[in-house]
Ligand binder design. Structure first.
Ligand SMILES: [Cu+2]
Length: 328
């Protein structure tokens, strides 16, 4: 096992990372103010800093508390029937932890790619473009016609249209399926499709948490993150209402690692494996997922306070995957 401090990562990245950090100093001062206000609002002592638990990775300094709002909360899709979705593969350098720049292969410029959402039975017409000089494609989990399974490589500059009838109701990742698969996924080509049942799930505050890792200087999973940014939810806890139901759409997209897990402190949760079915399969405080496995979790945090979450493989937690729910 190897622990990486941020200093280690910066040294290995060399002056390039430091120069970009310098350029962001003005913005980062403002983000620090925002961070301080946010900590006070959710009841965190100003003395607490990301990393006190032992995490080696802070989020990028320019990221404020709202930087991942659009990723943490799944989209609300009110229309039924047919959705036309544009999805473009592009290469992009992303700052996945403070000063750690990762040459990502992305769907639409982000890692994870956009969260898609539909109701069971809706038709998704996905217009896929490959704007890179390598073959890629788009393969969905869940149920669909085998002709729409998305395993055929789409050449550089190429396009494809996939049409799937969303189902079954549950949580289904999508990812690139071009060989070598580990590389195409670990570089960032993955995202989530939430398929709602025709009778909606009970009202709850909804949160997406996707666990994945980033290779740095030849070390797979040197940085580990929820929703693509290491340390983010440690610095900026996910705010929920005490006493109100919370639903987590949880997925494990780690490569080079047989399992990933999610542990919630101070409360238990109900688990719906793959998000399928109206009744939970069991209740626990640690759920372990194989590669590309996922679950819907439901819980209520009964009293105000901070509830930590992290994978219970601590070496993964300490590389950037510690976070908090702040019940207010
Ligand atoms: Cu690919």
């Amino acid at each position: 096992m190897r622990r990486w401090s941020r200093r280690d990562l910066l040294r290995r990245l060399g002056v390039g990372g430091a120069a970009v950090l310098g350029a962001g100093l003005v913005g980062s001062a403002r983000a620090e103010d925002q961070a301080e206000r946010y900590r006070r609002a959710v009841g965190i002592s100003p003395l607490h800093r990301a990393g006190l638990y032992g995490g080696a990775a802070d989020p990028p300094a320019w990221m404020g508390p709202e930087a991942l709002d659009a990723v943490t909360a799944p989209p609300v899709v009110s229309s039924r029937g047919r959705q036309i979705i544009e999805m473009t593969v592009m290469e992009r350098t992303l700052e996945v932890a403070e000063g750690v720049f990762f040459d990502a292969w992305t769907y639409d410029g982000t890692v994870p790619g956009p969260t898609l959402r539909a109701t069971e039975g809706d038709v998704l017409e996905i217009r896929f473009r490959n704007r890179t000089d390598r073959p890629h494609n788009l393969h969905f989990h869940g149920r669909h016609a085998p002709t729409q399974d998305g395993w055929e490589p789409v050449p550089p500059g190429g396009e494809a249209t996939y049409e799937i009838v969303a189902g079954p109701a549950g949580l289904h990742p999508y990812h690139c399926h071009v060989m070598p698969l580990q590389v195409h996924v670990a570089r960032g080509l993955y995202g989530l499709l939430i398929v709602d049942p025709p009778t909606p799930r009970p009202a709850a505050q909804e949160v997406v948490l996707m666990l994945s890792g980033f290779e740095v200087d030849g070390e797979p999973n040197a940085v580990v993150a929820w929703n693509g940014v290491a340390g983010f939810y440690e610095r900026f806890p996910i705010k929920v209402q005490a006493g109100e139901p919370v639903r987590v759409y949880l997925a494990n997209v780690l490569e080079y690692e047989p399992v990933g897990s999610f542990h919630l402190h101070a409360e238990t949760f109900r688990v719906f494996p793959t998000g399928i079915g109206a009744a939970p399969a069991f209740e626990t405080d640690v759920v372990t997922l194989g590669q590309m496995d996922r679950a819907v979790l439901e819980f209520t945090l009964p009293e105000p306070g901070r509830y930590m979450f992290h994978p219970h493989q601590h070496w993964l937690a300490e590389r950037g995957a510690v976070g908090w729910f702040a019940a207010v």
